[in-house]
Design a protein around this ligand. Structure first.
Ligand code: F6R
Length: 604
């Protein structure tokens, strides 16, 4: 979602902020802007709808200007259409702000401000905070006090970064939205961003403030960054860590898209995960987790992570006989869920910043139960807020459509079930993980077969992905991937469910991508026959030597499930990823940054 970068310190603030924003392009956005302070104290603002390159062209030579400090933003519209005026930063009275999140009571506040004569320049909720700030400061209140007193009037989750033209100082504050500060001690640079990735190479130390901690980046202060509580006293409510990320990971290498690169990274990541948790430092984490005695798991996540949660439920119920309930986090938070004292909240997330997942975690915390994450981003809000964390170690995922994170989330869930006592010996599970990596390597070496299927079917009007048992979550995920990147309507269904309604849609323009495993094979094939009888086009992704699967299929992709057992779901899912990727290629869509989507959904 919206990206924020701010810099204060040595020269080239503008260049540095633009470079930071460029790195955040992967998160999805529709406009970009910066504001900076000239030596004279004058505040300059430049903003443009569309790609960051539009802004860079618009800036022309200005970006060479030696600014004292600069803040920048990539906007993903929530309140107000995509336009130059609604782009951030917003400015008034020598103050400039950028915002990530939503002010839920913006309309009420706006009405009040308008009644007092305030003239708004945009339709955004963000400008409401600016209006509150500038009117408070105009009455003589110091900016620090104006920020804290007005921030507490806002409902909803938000992060703000504020540039004060009088001092060139930058202030930042957040509640329920990601924010990180960075420091480069040698260069005397202080930075702030919504994503630590923007700060790689610019800061060697990172600070993650908690909610309602005011961050002050100030050239006039020997610490460069200071943290304050809302009452103005010094705060120690922040976590600090060394910046360990590198930029190399964000190179597409020889791949045409990040998504494809990330799909191909999977075998290597599985091997690394296996090593880490079976033989490396991860053993200690699993050891700690093994002491938990959950009566039930309340699993919460959104989108792809939710489907990975369904796979994890299968593992835990099958191997540990611990009941699991999987919720969409956006529903869980408002449905008055029953939280029992022996429950453990389990949250699955790539970013660790998804607003609904964080709210579900908070609800569990308030319910007095322990919380555990299966998460990719170390130091993310979810990571910091949970009592226990299992890192999925997928590395940065740049493609907006999640691929490698799903695989690593499901496998980390399998490790959780192992740690809780699954009766399976360590060596055989480790061998199975390594076998999965080998099988995915083999599958990827046959990607051309899936490409040719994609070429034959990409023009059809609608797609049903079907699967039974362990492959049901994979059917849901397969359909989601296709929708996201190929922009065609696709639905995931349990194989046996289609005839209870959706079969009415089947005709010669529809495709059934049937995911078939050795388990329940005959029943699944019978369901495929029902679609075939109604002239649906059949793609079977199924056991390589099964004559029945081949017979019913118009297009067949064989899988070697032998020895993979419960990991078969993860294996089959990779075929779906490749199929969706090539469908999108034939459709000519923007694969890494599909329209309307954002990488990390920090609003409800
Ligand atoms: C789909 C996708 C989304 C995310 C969802 C949760 O490809 O990426 O459905 O899975 O927004 O995001 P995280 O995992 O960051 O909580």
């Amino acid at each position: 979602m919206c990206g924020i970068v701010g810099h204060l310190g040595s020269s080239h603030s503008i260049d540095l902020v633009l470079e930071g924003l460029k790195r955040l392009e992967y998160r999805g956005y529709d406009s970009a802007g910066i504001s900076f302070n000239k030596q004279s104290g004058a505040l300059e603002i430049y903003k443009k709808q569309g790609k960051l390159s539009n802004l860079v062209d618009f800036l022309g030579d200005i970006k060479e200007f030696n600014a004292l400090s600069c803040i920048g933003h990539t906007r993903w519209a929530t309140h107000g259409e995509v336009s130059d005026a609604n782009s951030h930063p917003h400015t008034d009275g020598g103050i400039s702000i950028v915002h990530n999140g939503i002010i839920e009571n913006a309309e009420d506040l706006r009405t009040e401000l308008v009644a007092h004569g305030y003239k708004f320049q945009s339709q955004t909720d963000s400008e409401v905070f600016l209006a509150l700030l500038s009117t408070t400061v105009a009455k003589g209140t110091p900016l620090q006090e104006a920020i804290t007193s007005n921030f507490s009037k806002l409902d909803g989750n938000s992060a703000f970064v504020i540039l004060d033209s009088k001092t060139s100082d930058i202030w930042a504050i957040k509640k329920g939205a990601p924010l990180v500060c960075g420091l480069h001690e040698v260069n005397s640079d202080a930075l702030v961003s919504s994503d630590p990735y923007a700060l790689v190479g610019f800061a060697d130390k990172l600070y993650f403030p908690q909610d309602n901690v005011l961050c002050h980046l100030s050239a006039g202060n020997k610490n460069l960054i200071n943290f304050y509580e809302m009452d103005g006293t010094k705060s120690d409510r922040y976590m600090s860590k060394k910046q360990e990320m590198s930029l190399e990971v964000s190179d597409k290498g020889s791949f045409d898209h990040f998504m494809l690169k990330e799909i191909y990274e999977q075998p290597g990541l599985i091997r690394a995960l296996t090593k880490y948790y079976f033989d490396g430092e991860g053993q200690e984490t699993l050891n700690n987790i093994s002491k938990l005695k959950p009566g039930r798991f309340l699993i919460n996540a959104c989108g792809t992570a939710n489907y990975a949660g369904l796979v994890v439920k299968d593992y835990i119920e099958k191997f540990n006989k611990i009941p699991c309930q999987v919720d969409l986090a956006s529903e869980f938070r408002y449905r008055n869920p029953l939280i029992l004292k022996d429950d453990i909240g389990l949250f699955v997330s790539q970013s660790g910043e998804t607003a609904d997942t964080l709210a579900a975690q908070n609800l569990c915390k308030q319910g007095g139960i322990k919380t555990l994450s299966i998460v990719n981003v170390e130091g993310s809000t979810l990571y910091r807020d949970c009592d226990y964390n299992l890192l999925i170690r997928a590395g940065i995922e740049i493609g907006v459509a999640s691929t490698k994170a799903f695989t690593q989330q499901a496998l980390t869930g399998r490790l959780l079930s192992h740690a809780l006592g699954d009766g399976v010996d360590k060596k055989s599970l480790k061998d199975k993980f390594n076998l999965l990596a080998t099988r995915i390597d083999e599958l990827l070496s046959r990607a051309e077969e899936l490409k040719s299927i994609a070429e034959s079917i990409h023009h059809f009007k609608g797609f049903f992905y079907t699967g039974r048992g362990a492959l049901y979550p994979v059917a849901l995920e397969g359909a989601l991937k296709l929708k996201e990147i190929a922009y065609v309507h696709a639905e995931g269904y349990a194989s046996g469910e289609l005839k209870h309604g959706p079969i009415a849609l089947i005709d010669e323009e529809m495709v059934n991508v049937a995911l078939v495993a050795p388990e329940l094979l005959d029943k699944t094939i019978s369901n495929v026959e029902e679609i075939k009888a109604r002239k649906g086009n059949i793609v079977v992704i199924g056991p390589q030597n099964d004559a029945n699967s081949k017979r019913v299929a118009d297009y067949f992709f064989g899988l070697n499930y032998e020895g993979l057992g419960e990991l078969s779901a993860v294996y089959c899912n990779v075929a779906n990823q490749i199929l969706a990727y090539y469908m999108a290629r034939f459709k000519g869509t923007d694969i890494d940054k599909p329209r309307n989507l954002a990488k990390s959904v920090t609003v409800e």
